[in-house]
Design a protein around this ligand. Structure first.
Ligand code: RIB
Length: 279
């Protein structure tokens, strides 16, 4: 009977279901899953390790066929005790830092370099970085790219230009208060949500984009082309990532012993109207 056969269910754990980056990722998974009659079960545990553990345990009880994990808080312990012990295939992606088994990454460092070179070529030298207080490894690579390009241009990093906040629109909104105290003329925001929050914070302070600040985001979420001015950003192929993540997980489910796969996907700069030459 149907129930004793494979449930054809996969679990997907993302850090923030409210961020369009992750909803597009999920759409990519769904598109592919539907073709092979799989059902994805989606969880956003808001970075709470206890909630995540609970979801993983419940999914295992319900005989999930595999897991796609983007959350940073699923650690080695969960992997060893819950997933490996129960022989649950999984694929790691995005904010999850572990180096175990199949993984998909995008080229974060190159992405940050593209964003920074763009601003420097426009003449900006005082470039603020707005990024999360507790950066996951992929966002640390963006920070590394920021530092590397400053070094390449022989620009001393300025402490007040490193603005940390929470990785949400609200975080970006709050960062505006810090930004206006600095001599920055440009901002590299670690993701588009931060950039969009900044838009509002800066507007409330009478500042204009790009006249007072050029801003580059990261992700190219669907919203970024509809904000005013449309946001220059670094695109991650997130829909594609969802599709590939699903395919790779199914390959793993079918062939548990095969060698681990590590995939690095490219990113690209999308230039819109939030950046301009420094006058
Ligand atoms: O917008 C969510 C961000 O967190 C993205 O940049 C993605 O890479 C994730 O790490």
């Amino acid at each position: 009977n149907l129930i004793t056969r494979s449930a054809k269910t996969i679990g997907v754990l993302v850090p923030n279901i409210g961020n369009p980056f992750f909803s597009t990722f999920i759409r990519g998974i769904e598109k592919q899953a539907m073709k092979s009659q799989f059902i994805p079960v989606i969880f956003g545990a808001e970075n709470d390790p206890d909630v995540e553990r609970y979801y993983i345990e419940e999914l295992i009880k319900r005989t999930v066929d595999g897991l796609i994990i983007a959350s940073p808080t699923v650690g080695q312990e969960e992997m060893d005790h819950l997933l490996d012990k129960n022989h649950i295939p999984y694929l790691l992606i995005d904010q999850n830092p572990l180096n175990a088994g199949d993984r998909i990454e995008t080229d974060d460092k190159t992405g940050a370099c593209l964003a920074m070179r763009h601003l420097l070529e426009l003449g900006h030298r005082k470039i603020a970085l707005v990024f999360p207080k507790e950066p996951s490894d992929n966002i640390m690579r963006r920070y590394q790219g920021y530092c590397d390009i400053l070094a390449e241009y022989q620009i001393e990093p300025q402490e007040d230009l490193l603005i940390t906040t929470e990785l949400t629109k609200k975080g970006g909104y709050l960062a505006a208060a810090e930004l206006v105290k600095t001599d920055a003329t440009a901002v590299f925001a670690a993701n588009d949500e931060l950039a969009i929050g900044l838009y509002r914070g800066l507007k409330e302070r009478g500042k204009k984009i790009p006249e007072d600040y050029s801003i580059v985001g990261y992700d190219n979420i669907d919203l970024s082309q509809y904000v005013d001015p449309p946001l220059t950003t670094v695109e991650q192929p997130v829909y594609e990532m969802g599709k590939i993540a699903f395919q790779k997980l199914v390959e793993r489910i079918k062939e548990p012993q095969k060698e681990a796969d590590e995939i690095l996907l490219p990113v690209k700069l999308i230039t819109r109207q939030s950046t301009r030459e420094l006058k």
